[in-house]
Design a binder for this molecule. Structure first.
Ligand code: PHE
Length: 452
C-alpha cells in the first residue's frame, strides 16, 4: 500500500503542482545560466545537444522523479529508503537522497549569490543607472559590483531570508499564487525583449548563433555542459522535483504534467537567448563573457528602449521571483528530511538549513573578489560548485533515478503510477528510462573524461 498524502502538505490541485514545478524549473538557470553557457560553448551545437538532452533524458527522468516522489511521499532520502525496502533492495539506495541534499546545499549557496545580483539590479534599474549608458559603462557597473564583497553579502543575506520565510511556512501555501501571476508576466516581458532584439539589426546573427550548429565546437566538455544545463534547468537529479511529486495527488497525469513543465522551461531559455544574443552582436560584444553576460547585456537594452527604466525594473524584479521559486524547491528536500528524521518543526528546520546555505554562500561570493586566487581544479568556489553540481552530481543523481525507476521498481508499480496503460507512451518511457537515459549519461561522462 502506498500513502495517498504527505505529512508536509499537498498541492491544492493539478494546476498548483504544474505551477510549483514550473516555478522550480524556470529560474536563473534559464535566463542567467543558459545564455552564458551557450555563449561560452559556441551556440548552435550546444543548444541542439541541450534540447536533445531535455527530450531524451530530461523528460523521462522528470517523470521518474515525480513518480518515485509520489510513491514514497516523504523526503527523497526516506522515499528512496522506503521504495528500496518495498522492492527488497539494499537501504543504500537512500544515498541517492543524501547526494541530493549535498547538491541542494551547494547549488543554493551560489544560486542565492546570483539571485542577489538580480535584486541589486532591480535597484539599479529603478534608479536609472542604465539610462543611456553604453556597453562599457554597464560592464564597469557589473565589475565594480561583484568586486564588492559587502554588497554581495547584503543581497545574498536578504535573498536567503526570503527563501527561509517561505519554506518555513510550508511551500504549498503561498507559492501557488506567486507563480500563477508572476510566471506569465515574466514570459510576456521576455517576449517584449525579443521584439526589442529584433530592432537591433543583428537579430539574424543572434538566431544563427543559437541555431546553426558548428560541431567542430562540440568538445566533450561542451556536451557535458549541455547535458548539465538540461538537468539544472529542469531541476532534476537532486530531489526537488521528487519532493514536489510527493505532494501531488494520485489522480494527476505525470506524463502530461511533465511535458508542460519541460516545454515551458525550454521555451523560456530559448527566448532568453533570442533576447540576449542579438544585443550581444549589435554591441560588438563577445558571447563568451562568462557569468556576467546577462547583467552586462540586458541593461544596455533597458538603457536605450523607451520606458526602459520601468521595464528593466520590472524585468529584474520578476527574475528575482523566478529565482525565489526555484530556491524554495532547492531547500525543501533538506527541510522535509529534518522534519521527518530530526523531529524539527518547519521553522527550525528551515532556519538551520538556510543558515548552512548562507555560510556556504559566503565562500562563493568571496571567490569573486578577495578569494579570487583560491582555486580548486582551476575554479573559484562559485564556479566550482556550479560546475560540480550541474555537470556531475545532478546527472549522476538522474542516472541513479533512471536505474531505480527502470530496473529496480517493479514494472507493475510504474504502470500503476504513470497510469497510461501499457500503450506506446508507456513503452517509450520505459525504453528511454531503462536504456537511453542511463547509457547517454554514462557515455557523456566517459567522453568528458576522455575515456574515448
Ligand atoms: N531549475 C532551476 C533554474 O533553472 C535551478 C534548480 C536546480 C532548482 C536544481 C532546483 C533544483 O533556475
Amino acid at each position: 500500500m502506498t500513502a495517498t498524502t504527505s505529512i508536509h502538505g499537498m498541492w491544492s490541485s493539478r494546476l498548483a503542482f504544474i505551477l510549483a514545478a514550473t516555478g522550480s524549473a524556470v529560474g536563473l538557470g534559464n535566463i542567467w545560466r543558459f545564455p552564458y553557457t551557450a555563449g561560452e560553448y559556441g551556440g548552435g551545437a550546444f543548444v541542439l545537444v541541450y534540447l536533445l538532452c531535455v527530450a531524451g533524458i530530461g523528460i523521462p527522468i522528470m517523470m521518474a522523479e515525480i513518480m518515485l516522489g509520489r510513491r514514497g511521499r516523504q523526503s527523497p532520502i526516506n522515499t528512496m529508503l522506503a521504495l528500496a525496502r518495498q522492492e527488497g533492495k539494499p537501504a543504500a539506495w537512500q544515498l541517492l537522497g543524501w547526494m541530493g541534499i549535498v547538491s541542494g546545499f551547494l547549488i543554493l549557496s551560489f544560486y542565492s549569490v546570483i539571485a542577489g545580483w538580480t535584486m541589486a539590479y532591480v535597484v539599479r534599474a529603478a534608479a536609472g543607472v542604465f539610462h543611456g549608458a553604453d556597453a562599457e559603462t554597464i560592464g564597469a557597473v557589473f565589475d565594480g559590483f561583484v568586486a564588492d564583497p559587502e554588497r554581495l553579502l547584503a543581497w545574498h543575506t536578504i535573498f536567503m531570508v526570503l527563501v527561509v520565510l517561505v519554506v518555513a511556512r510550508g511551500v504549498a501555501s503561498g507559492l501557488e499564487q506567486a507563480v500563477r501571476f508572476l510566471m506569465p508576466a515574466l514570459f510576456v516581458l521576455l517576449l517584449v525583449l525579443v521584439v526589442y532584439a529584433m530592432t537591433t539589426g543583428e537579430f539574424a546573427a543572434g538566431v544563427s548563433f543559437m541555431f546553426t550548429p558548428d560541431f567542430s565546437k562540440l568538445s566533450g566538455e561542451a556536451v557535458l555542459s549541455a547535458m548539465g544545463q538540461a538537468f539544472f534547468s529542469l531541476s532534476l537529479g537532486m530531489g526537488a522535483i521528487m519532493i514536489y511529486g510527493s505532494y501531488l495527488s494520485s489522480q494527476s497525469s505525470i506524463a502530461g504534467n511533465t511535458i508542460i513543465i519541460a516545454g515551458l522551461d525550454s521555451l523560456v531559455a530559448i527566448l532568453a537567448g533570442l533576447a540576449i544574443f542579438p544585443i550581444v552582436f549589435a554591441q560588438g560584444l563577445a558571447p563568451e563573457q562568462g557569468a556576467g553576460l546577462v547583467f552586462k547585456v540586458l541593461p544596455i537594452a533597458f538603457g536605450q528602449m523607451p520606458g526602459g527604466q520601468l521595464f528593466g525594473t520590472v524585468f529584474f524584479l520578476l527574475l528575482v521571483f523566478a529565482a525565489w521559486t526555484s530556491a524554495i524547491s532547492l531547500l525543501e528536500p533538506i527541510v522535509a528530511w529534518l522534519v521527518e528524521n530530526r523531529g524539527f518543526n518547519r521553522v527550525r528546520a528551515s532556519a538551520l538549513a538556510g543558515l548552512t546555505v548562507w555560510l556556504l554562500g559566503i565562500t562563493c561570493l568571496l571567490s569573486l573578489n578577495v578569494w579570487s586566487e583560491v582555486q580548486v581544479f582551476g575554479l573559484g568556489f562559485l564556479a566550482l560548485f556550479d560546475f560540480v553540481t550541474a555537470n556531475v552530481l545532478l546527472p549522476l543523481g538522474g542516472l541513479l533515478i533512471a536505474v531505480f525507476a527502470g530496473w529496480i521498481l517493479s514494472r507493475a508499480a510504474s504502470v500503476d503510477e504513470l497510469d497510461m496503460g501499457e500503450r506506446l507512451g508507456y513503452r517509450l518511457w520505459r525504453l528511454l528510462i531503462r536504456f537511453v537515459a542511463p547509457i547517454a549519461v554514462a557515455i557523456v561522462f566517459l567522453h568528458a573524461i576522455q575515456v574515448f
